[in-house]
Design a protein around this ligand. Structure first.
Ligand code: GTP
Ligand code: MG
Length: 298
């Protein structure tokens, strides 16, 4: 009879390498929003994988980056802090990217953590230059002794199950931390705010995605329409010009954001929803402590 295994596994890496896509794939549901834009994830998120005899709690982290704002620094700090008190670390890279300063920062930090570490080379479905990838991997392996190396695709799932099985092998014997009924470790309000932010990231360009924060002001039952949930959300931008862009001509952009977000919120929380969005300017909110706090990032 195999023993029960359970533990926490942090996924760390630069922005855009596919950490959140991996989390969503293994957990089998959308825990984290994912986009092609860097710095999509801003919080540490958790998702649970259950199988016969094992439970893995994956910890997704903001991509390590070189930004200088208070928010950027908080995000890096959160990513590095999540290396503590876990049982295993997945360090993810994109198979097509050369190692940079952020990777070196991560490597230095990994050296301080005496737990199993896997190097996970992602996006293998889209490999452009095998020689470059091998060079990168060898260079990383010469700096740090990884316990295992995997070449995977979080998009089509190639090699993900093998990675998962190996993770479980390394985890300590333990009873599960959460009952199998627990699906979601983030609050519903957080999920809703992230869905709205995802639609903004996907629909807007240039500096807008990085400048936006979303706060859920209220979630209430409607007084008149049965089963209708009224959600009021505030979109925060850094400058008045950005407010204009997010609202769009005659409100067209805000309407599109609202329509796309509402559809997904309905699918996610399985309720009828009325979504009310408005936009406010909080000058340079990402650059000072209180602004970051007000935008919901503690
Ligand atoms: N081709 C390919 N694309 C992938 C794969 N995994 C992720 N992507 C894409 O890469 C982009 C970034 O994915 P995310 O999961 O948001 O990346 P992340 O590492 O969480 O990024 P941050 O949250 O910004 O740190 C998205 O467009 C994904 O669809 C993969 O295995 N293959
Ligand atoms: Mg992410």
């Amino acid at each position: 009879m195999p023993k029960n295994k359970a533990g926490f596994v942090t996924i760390i890496g630069r922005s855009n390498v596919g950490k959140s896509t991996f989390l969503n794939y293994v957990v089998g549901r959308k825990v984290a929003i994912t986009t092609h834009k860097p710095q999509t994830t801003r919080n540490v998120l958790r998702g649970i994988y259950n199988c016969e005899g094992a439970q893995v709690i994956f910890v997704d982290t903001p991509g390590v980056q070189s930004g200088k704002t208070v928010l950027d620094k908080k995000m890096n700090k959160a990513a590095f802090a999540s290396l503590y008190d876990v049982d295993l670390i997945l360090y993810m890279i994109d198979c097509n990217q050369r190692i940079n300063e952020q990777d070196r920062l991560i490597l230095r930090s990994l050296k301080n953590h005496d737990i199993p570490k896997f190097l996970v080379v992602n996006k293998i479905d889209n490999l452009k230059n095998e020689a470059h990838m091998v060079e990168n991997v060898l260079s990383l392996m010469s700096e740090l002794e990884f316990d295992e190396v995997f070449y995977i695709s979080s998009l089509d799932g190639n090699n993900v199950e093998r990675t998962l099985n190996k993770i479980i092998e390394y985890l300590p014997e333990s009873e599960p931390f959460f009952s199998e009924e627990v699906e979601n470790l983030q609050t519903e309000a957080f999920m809703i705010s992230e869905i709205i932010r995802e639609k903004i990231l996907l629909l807007t360009h240039e500096e807008i995605p990085h400048s936006v924060g979303v706060i859920i002001e209220s979630i209430k039952e409607d007084h008149e329409v049965e089963d209708l949930l009224v959600i009021e959300a505030k979109i925060i931008v850094e400058r008045a010009t950005q407010k204009g862009i997010v609202i769009g001509k005659n409100g067209s952009m805000l309407k599109e954001i609202g329509t796309e977000a509402r559809k997904e919120i309905v699918r996610t929380i399985k309720r009828k929803v009325y979504l009310e969005l408005y936009v406010t300017v909080e000058p340079n909110w990402k650059s000072y402590d209180l602004g970051v706090k007000k935008a919901g990032y503690e």
